[in-house]
Ligand binder design. Structure first.
Ligand code: NAD
Length: 206
């Protein structure tokens, strides 16, 4: 199913709301509640969900577990995606330590770093391998997801190794635009960009 890009961006927020409702033991959730949590309007929520045939029941709303399962299917969260992470520094460790990504189907199976003092250690229960092993291990395990948390100058070379090894999705935290073949999806995360937007609104208010 092809999901419009802007709808796709909203779905993880709807999903988060449904997880919260499921944890609280609620059976139904209204489009208004989802809208509040996702900071959009209820009409938008209903329009987005209609695309997948998810219809709320009058007076009750959406069945929490059914809609949650539907979103998991659409967002690919039902499949566990095994991933490797390269760069076990401050940010890399924070990502590995955070258990919340498991809910989204992320399973980081191996870590890589160039620092000799880190290689061979265990971080959050996973072994740190030398970068020289990256291509071989990724190929052997058939891993398709790579996470980059190395310093900027190293991000492109690491992405190159990942692509050669067969990685098809890169979650890049280094502040650099990666060059990759068209069949590789790159998601760049930049907290500083978010901060700049926040400061822009603050400056506008002043
Ligand atoms: N996306 C964001 O919002 C955000 C936030 C913070 C940091 N960052 C970026 O994340 C990256 C890491 O930041 P940090 O603070 O964790 O840095 P850090 O120095 O704490 O960690 C970097 C790690 O990468 C390893 N490394 C260096 N070169 C390598 C190579 N060639 N191959 C494998 N490992 C290598 C180092 O040994 C170290 O363990 C940087 O690019 C930084 O700019 C992004």
């Amino acid at each position: 199913m092809i999901v419009p890009k802007f709808t796709l961006k909203r779905l993880p927020f709807y999903y988060r709301c449904l997880c919260g409702a499921a944890e609280r033991g609620e059976n139904y959730v209204s489009s208004e509640e989802i809208a509040r949590a996702a900071q959009v309007n209820a009409v938008q929520v209903r329009r987005d969900l209609t695309v997948f045939g998810a219809l709320g029941q009058a007076g009750l709303g959406y069945h929490v577990n059914s809609l949650k399962a539907k979103l998991e299917e659409i967002l690919g969260l039902k499949n566990t995606n095994e991933a490797v992470l390269v760069g076990v520094g401050r940010l890399g460790r924070a990502i590995v330590d955070y258990t919340g990504f498991e809910r989204y189907g992320l399973n980081i199976v191996a870590l890589f770093d160039s620092a000799p003092e880190l290689v061979g250690q265990r971080v959050s229960g996973r072994e740190v391998f030398p970068v020289a092993e990256l291509e071989h291990i990724v190929k052997r395990l058939g891993i398709k997801v790579g996470i980059i948390t190395v310093p900027t100058d190293w991000a492109q070379p690491i992405a190159g190794i990942m692509v050669r090894a067969g990685i098809k999705a890169i979650w890049n935290f280094a502040p650099v635009s990666l060059e990759t073949p068209p069949d590789v999806v790159v998601r760049n995360e930049d907290l500083a960009a978010g901060l700049a937007t926040l400061f822009h609104f603050l400056a506008e208010k002043d």
